[in-house]
Unconditional design. Structure first.
Length: 204
């Protein structure tokens, strides 16, 4: 696994993910309903310039307690976010009292040709001292007009019942149209704070 560095973060790439990594765009939430990365808008690149894209989530803090962090894609530069997704979701968790630990598959959080927003977290805490979600989402070859578009995510978050949770999800956008926009939002309520960074990764 190769590791690439910028001024603040070391980024480990999955084996075969590619070569040089470039920061494309940083969006910062401030009581924001959505954060959207749309190809061609506000200096965002989400096309065949790169075959691998990486979103980094840093300190995503919801305004509303017990709400999840979600995402969806678009094939019409953000006019609609409703692409069919098939996905899988599991997590490991551990509570502060050291009484409850588990690793489990969560059928309620996956999609089977669903066109709603894909859940990345569940029941995130909005406590003042919590940054409820930190992690990453990988998107592979979104500009392909031949194949479906695979993605995978890993998120560490604070559950509202004082659990540390490590969440894993992956799946694909079941379309041969290019994915040219990605939007993030909470299940309900706004994102009180937090940063999302988009990187492009060149083929090696």
């Amino acid at each position: 696994m190769a590791t690439y560095q910028n001024s603040r973060y070391n980024i480990a790439l999955p084996s075969g993910a590619g070569g040089a990594i470039t920061l494309i765009k940083t969006l910062t939430a401030s009581s924001s309903a959505t954060l959207s990365f749309v190809d061609g808008a506000s200096d965002v690149v989400l096309d065949n310039t790169y075959r691998t894209y990486l979103f980094k989530f840093i300190g995503i803090h919801p305004q509303t307690d017990v709400k999840g962090f979600r995402f969806q894609g678009s094939i019409d530069t953000g006019s609609n976010y409703n692409v069919a997704i098939t996905s899988t979701f599991f997590n490991a968790y551990h509570d502060e009292a050291d009484t409850d630990t588990s690793l489990n598959y969560v059928t309620a959080h996956d999609l089977a040709q669903g066109t709603g927003f894909q859940r990345l977290t569940h029941a995130s805490a909005n406590d003042a001292d919590n940054t409820a979600a930190n992690g990453e989402l990988w998107l592979f070859n979104p500009s392909s007009t031949t194949f479906v578009k695979h993605w995978m995510a890993r998120i560490s978050d604070n559950h509202s019942d004082n659990y540390a949770v490590d969440r894993f999800s992956s799946g694909y956008f079941n379309t041969t149209s290019a994915i040219d926009a990605i939007q993030f939002k909470m299940e309900s309520g706004n994102m009180d704070a937090g940063t999302i960074k988009l990187y492009g990764i060149k083929d090696s």
